[in-house]
Write a protein that binds this ligand. Structure first.
Ligand SMILES: [Mg+2]
Length: 214
């Protein structure tokens, strides 16, 4: 039975897409709109390959981008997200796992009156893989893998969940396009925030026909 819903932050709850674009444009040489489309449609590995970015440069680039992202304040949420999170919090325990700073995330939650909706905010760099972060999060907060659904916007979120055997939900309004997410075969896929309520709270929903764990 699912008791915990754990959310990714950037691109899932928080609309930091424009901030990320601005940071990447100023941090990576010759990064243009076509490259963002490539990122959405094919994933980050394909971008690295096509742009011929040397692997040794990747960790520094990621650290640079995430540290600049941590400086961004006044982060907006995606439309309907406040309603979705308040609704889910009445029936489930909620958490957030992110490489963004806990301070930034908490400030954003407070601004949207969501500070009491979450049991925890787990901030950890995913430089060595989000699967490791998910494992550490479960250890720290004593979570049972079988009782969690992780909600994220990227192909690597789905891959990480599959590695550690956590059920996953992919959302289509973030950094990867719907087609890319389908290719990774997530347990659930939603195209609007309100559909998340349908999946978790509407027991008559079509989503539950193949899965009795929620
Ligand atoms: Mg994300």
């Amino acid at each position: 039975m699912i008791t915990y819903i754990v959310f990714d932050f950037d691109g899932t709850i928080a609309n930091t897409l424009d901030d990320i674009k601005e940071i990447v444009r100023t941090s990576v040489n010759d990064f243009c709109e076509d490259d963002f489309d490539l990122l959405r449609n094919e994933g980050i590995k394909e971008v690295i390959k096509r742009k011929k970015i040397p692997m040794y440069k990747i960790p520094k680039m990621i650290l640079n981008i995430t540290s600049q992202l941590k400086d961004k304040t006044n982060i907006p949420l995606f439309a309907d997200m406040t309603k979705v999170l308040h609704t889910l919090a009445t029936s489930y325990k909620l958490g957030i796992v992110s490489s963004n700073s806990e301070e930034n995330i908490r400030q954003c939650l407070t601004k949207h009156q969501l500070d009491h909706a979450f049991e925890f905010v787990y901030s950890q760099s995913s430089l060595f893989g989000k699967d490791r972060v998910l494992k550490k999060m479960c250890q720290k907060h004593k979570l049972n893998l079988a009782e969690i659904v992780y909600v994220g916007d990227e192909d690597r979120d789905i891959m990480a969940c599959k590695k550690v055997n956590i059920k996953n939900m992919a959302v289509c309004w973030g950094y990867n396009a719907e087609k890319r997410l389908w290719a990774l075969n997530p347990d659930y896929i939603v195209t609007s925030p309100l559909q998340i309520i349908d999946v978790f709270c509407n027991k008559e929903s079509q989503w539950h026909t193949n899965d009795s764990s929620i």
